[in-house]
Design a protein around this ligand. Structure first.
Ligand SMILES: Nc1nc2c(c(=O)[nH]1)N[C@H]1C(S)=C(S)[C@@H](COP(=O)(O)O)O[C@H]1N2
Ligand SMILES: [Mo]
Length: 428
């Protein structure tokens, strides 16, 4: 925990920052600067035969379902104990600082449950469609798998992601400040096929997806979205959904707040107006400075964060070539550009987006610099195909006040110190 504030001019020496040797923003690795750190001769790791080289290893089927190397045991979801009263209605966080590319491995997708994990035998699972439809329908999992299906990569972000950071820098690590997000490839049936099968009546304007868990979560979703890109998904990253993520069936609501992605999906009611249930009234609304609340803030706006270096991932190699890596996403479509600043937002450099650029999916960006070893104030600012620019936290507070929890897409600052350690700070 820390509450460090770094003021606009001191204590960071701006001239030192500017000397950090950043070239054009594209590849800035100085030629020949990256000599190996290991000993070139006489290193016992080269001259001595190691155990893994001497003895046969485990054969096939020693690990029928593979797990990561024992040396990766620290790469796990983590929670913040004081945040919630119980683990059944709680959240843990994706270790973003340990991941690369744009896909979150299934076992590391953050979890947010309101009534714990429902453990459902797919043979006993049903999906009902009722309400303002021509014919009520009940599907088994087998029925659903006879509809045409699609594969789509989408991020899911909880609207409360970064919520603890509204009033100032608080949690020391991007896992905690930004880890209520994951991005996987879903396989599922477009919801519109199921609604067409049931026949939505002309006054059917909203749907109410409902979960089969102990929380029986519900949210009102406008019919336009339901008929647009929503999926009823049964696979993630090629395999069955994990129980934590709604096995055997979850609703996918691309680009919209995670709360609407009902897990353990058992029923979809069609209605003529929104239901105004708990999760869209007392929760997932934002109290403005004037005492009014914003409601139905569905879209997750453009956002980004630098994942390395970051407080849990300090620079351990000293000055010289440094890979700055991060993720960006937008519920409005593709991310078209990410800018990175190493001097707290004074100067910006266009980062390199690498890997697939898919709408409503995570994007990976890099800025390769030659670090001169001085203090850095790292920031990233994403821009999406609608032209939205990620705001500063101050801009957000001016427009939304200080009471908000949800939809904090403000620019994050990491203070990289001369010893390579990194701290969550805010520049005022
Ligand atoms: N049935 C049900 N669906 C649910 C929830 C829940 O508690 N029960 N939590 C919601 C919230 S608030 C979020 S952010 C996402 C989290 O999805 P994840 O656990 O796959 O990360 O699921 C949503 N769907
Ligand atoms: Mo959420």
């Amino acid at each position: 925990m820390s509450n460090t504030k770094v003021s606009g001019t001191s204590p960071i020496n701006r001239r030192t920052l500017l000397k950090a040797g950043l070239a054009t923003g594209t590849a800035a690795v100085a030629g020949g600067a990256l000599t190996g750190t290991a000993r070139a001769d006489g290193d016992p790791l080269i001259t001595e035969i190691q155990d893994w080289n001497r003895y046969l290893g485990d054969g096939v089927q020693a690990r029928p379902y593979g797990v990561p190397s024992e040396f990766e045991a620290h790469v796990v979801r983590r929670d913040v104990e004081w945040l919630t009263a119980s683990t059944e209605s709680s959240v843990n966080f994706t270790p973003l600082h340990e991941l690369e590319g744009i896909i979150t491995p299934n076992g590391l997708c953050f979890e947010r449950h309101h009534g714990g994990i429902a453990e459902i035998d797919p043979a006993n699972h049903r999906l009902m469609i009722n309400g303002l439809v021509d014919k009520q329908l009940v599907f088994t999992m087998e029925d659903l798998k006879r509809f045409p299906r699609e594969n789509r990569v989408y991020f899911l972000e909880c609207a409360a992601n970064s919520g603890m950071e509204w009033r100032g820098a608080q949690l020391n690590g991007c896992q905690y400040t930004h880890g209520m997000i994951h991005c996987v490839v879903y396989t599922g049936v477009p919801l519109k096929y199921l609604l067409q099968e049931a026949g939505v009546k002309t006054n059917g304007k909203w749907i109410l997806p409902e979960g089969a868990d102990a929380a029986a979560m519900t949210r009102s979703v406008p019919i336009e979205k339901a008929l647009d890109d929503c999926l009823v998904a049964f696979k993630m990253n090629g395999e069955a959904l994990r129980p934590e993520q709604g096995y055997p069936l979850r609703l996918v609501v691309p680009g919209w707040e995670g709360n609407m992605w009902v897990k353990w999906l058992r029923r979809i009611e069609v209605g003529d107006e929104p239901w105004h249930h708990r999760e869209e009234t007392s929760k997932y609304t934002d109290l403005l400075a004037n005492g009014k609340s914003r409601r139905f803030t569905w879209v997750m706006d453009v956002k980004s964060v630098i994942t390395n270096p970051s407080p849990q991932a300090p620079v351990t190699h000293g000055k010289g070539p440094l890979v700055i890596s991060g993720v960006a996403w937008s519920g409005n479509g593709r991310v078209t550009r990410v800018d990175v600043s190493i001097d707290g937002g004074r100067n910006w450099h266009t980062a390199r987006i690498d890997g697939p650029s898919l709408p409503k999916a995570m994007h990976r960006f890099y800025l390769d610099i030659d670090w001169d070893g001085s203090d850095l104030l790292l920031q990233s600012r994403a821009i999406d195909e609608m032209g939205y620019v990620q705001p500063t936290k101050e801009e957000l507070r001016v427009s939304r006040g200080e009471n908000s929890i949800y939809h904090n897409n403000g620019i994050q600052t990491w203070h990289v110190k001369t010893d390579g350690t990194v701290e969550n700070v805010e520049i005022s």
